[in-house]
Design a protein around this ligand. Structure first.
Ligand SMILES: NC(=O)c1ccc[n+]([C@@H]2O[C@H](COP(=O)([O-])OP(=O)(O)OC[C@H]3O[C@@H](n4cnc5c(N)ncnc54)[C@H](O)[C@@H]3O)[C@@H](O)[C@H]2O)c1
Length: 268
């Protein structure tokens, strides 16, 4: 993958998946705009990239706020001239409870970050790409955008919405040379999945992980680097005619419907 001279904007850029993808873009030659509501953590990732000899700026922004989104787009264009690559990735998990017990304000908060944040990012980044006739966007959905998960209806609704947006908007910009795709990770070893496990079982989060992993044909969670690799592929010319699609990275879990029979041994 060669992204020399390209400007890549990554939201949630200091989190597990965002940081790893930012580093991967930087290693492939891109100049990075690290966007995160945690400005200090974003700065740390930008410094890490600069210490590797790369170029990066950090911007503290809440993706739910239109003015913050317009500001990160402006800062990216003012600093690096344009935006070539956009990883629209910031997200939160909310709580794990049955729908009837789910807090209404938390519902609004999850929808604001995971759906409005994705919408605003596309609303203000796409015109930059369309005006120059090229660009690639990857949005972070989830396997929760493909199937339901009891006690996670709000998160699942938000990630289904991300795929609805991707499938629709991709057709609006395809003739302008801009591609819009999504990644659908299963569990990835980051802060988020660790907190989910603690919410399910505060006393035994490791037990939750063991049960989850037993239901994955490959037998393990993905690493953030494995998600980054697919994001870079979807941003590269190797996927030049791929748009409006999602790519699932989950060790085979969704394909097999979570069946756990006969997955412990490889058959000949
Ligand atoms: N970890 C998993 O198992 C998993 C699986 C599927 C999908 N995802 C998705 O991957 C994405 C990244 O998650 P992660 O696992 O790296 O978690 P993470 O918590 O490590 O990273 C999320 C980042 O988003 C930032 N963020 C949260 N709210 C924000 C806001 N309003 N404005 C700007 N930034 C904000 C956080 O500060 C954090 O740096 C999310 O969209 C998540 O839903 C994660």
């Amino acid at each position: 993958m060669d992204f020399k001279g390209k400007c890549a904007v990554v939201t949630g850029g200091s989190g597990g998946i965002g940081r790893e993808t930012s580093l991967a873009f930087a290693k492939a030659g891109a100049k990075l705009v690290i966007v995160d509501v945690n400005g200090e953590a974003a700065k740390a990732v930008a410094e890490e990239i600069k210490s590797m000899g790369g170029e990066a700026i950090a911007i503290a922004a809440d993706v739910t706020k239109s003015s913050d989104v317009q500001n990160y787009v402006k800062q990216a264009v003012d600093t690096f001239g344009t935006i070539d690559l956009f990883f629209n990735n910031a997200g939160i998990e909310g709580n794990l409870t049955p729908l009837v017990d789910y807090d209404e304000d938390l519902f609004d908060q999850v929808m604001a970050v995971n759906v409005r944040g994705v919408f605003l990012g596309l609303k203000y980044v796409l015109p930059v790409m369309v005006s120059k006739g090229s660009g690639a966007v990857v949005n972070t959905a989830s396997v929760a955008g493909l199937v339901g998960t009891p006690n996670m209806s709000t998160y699942c609704a938000s990630k289904h919405a991300v795929l609805g947006i991707v499938r629709s908007v991709s057709g609006e910009v395809a003739r302008s040379g801009v591609r819009v795709n999504a990644v659908c990770p299963g569990p990835v070893q980051t802060r988020m999945i660790e907190d989910v496990a603690r919410k399910i079982s505060p006393d035994d989060p490791e037990g939750v992980k063991a049960r989850y992993e037993a239901a994955i044909p490959s037998g393990r969670y993905s690493t953030a680097e494995e998600i980054a690799n697919v994001v870079l592929f979807l941003c590269s010319d190797a996927s030049a005619n791929v748009t409006g699609m999602h790519f699932t990275i989950d060790g085979g879990r969704t394909a097999t419907g979570g069946a756990v029979t006969n997955v412990t041994k490889t058959t000949n």
